[in-house]
Unconditional design. Sequence first.
Length: 417
Amino acid sequence: MQKSILLLAYASEPGAGSEYGVGWYVPTLLAKHCPQYNVYVLTRSRCKEKILKELEEHPIKNLHFLFYDIPKWMFYKNEMKSNWGEQINYLSWQLLCRNFIKKRHKDFHFDIIHHLTFNQYRTPSPGFFLNIPFVMGPVGGAETIDPSFYQDLLEHTTKKERIRRKGNDLKIFGWWVKRKKNKKYFLFSTQENIERLSSYCYNYPIQLLPAIAFEPNDFKDFTVTEDKVSKFEIIYAGKAFDWKGIHIFLKAAKRAFIDNSITDFTIKLVGIRFEEEQKLVMGWVREQGLSDNVKLIPFIQRSELLKMLTTCSLSVYPAFRDSGSMSVLEASVLGCPTICFNAGGQDAFPDDILLKVPVSDSYENNLEVFADKLKWAYQNPKETAELGIKAKKYVYANFTWENKIEALDKVYKEILK
């Protein structure tokens, strides 16, 4: 008899990357590879047309999408123009969809609820409040920023980080865990999340499972070319949150290149959409004397970004913390070498496949080492390219969605015992 699994995927979009890709690939591949499950997905209507069109063109018999939206009067309409808008809507969605799930449970008799995405430890998931076996994860967000980076953070971010380091907000997770006595199983995206949150799991089983993965078919049309761009080209793809480390990266670029009279390089900053953030970042660019070397690209299609990564010299992801970087993963899939801090989230990747910058307790030292590694990458293009090849081999062996589905199937079997 088929078991019914309900996946909570607030973010779900066919062919997308990041969180929206997680919400699409996990349910579709789970249904394909595990026909013993009836897979239900609860999401919102944001991508309903795309989802239904994809399922019409490529039907999967045991995959079913359910849609729930919060009332229009509650919906924060400018969510994509605000860093907080989407989170506000997400919080409301979680709190209000419980009754919808209860009604659907009477119809479909869910054997497991799995909260898939978004997945933060502060999340008041419906699974905490229903008497149904509950899987949560991969859970992230409890990573901390080393105090040496505080000078690059906004005041309110610094305050949050100090609270985060004290661990007082972790109690929120513990409070959710104790709401019901249903079976639970927690998946954590990084080792730091396990270390900081395991004591609040109250003896429920836990497991390390990185939050990121990829579908090889999405990359079959992209191959790294030997015909690289003539200049040394670096790509940053992501938002401009203060903890993303763009400021220290730009300082490191000045120290590595401008201060050594190196001018044949280009930095492309991709995905900084908000006008206020663009002004801030381009102000940093001017301060570092990089105006002739930096190109701001507020938005491009994902396919175009992937194509750019096949010809660039280096991908940069200087974040001070993360639950798992899809940016680093996708660059690695394409064989593009990456430089990053050895901070939360990057422990998913071995040290010898990325240019990892160790984090010390000195901002100046972190800056200096980052600059040194940038300069090394410029001066050693062959060795840098070889890192990208090693990274590609590793992620194809360990980070496909098929790997992830196998791991989840084992978790489901365990909680259903």
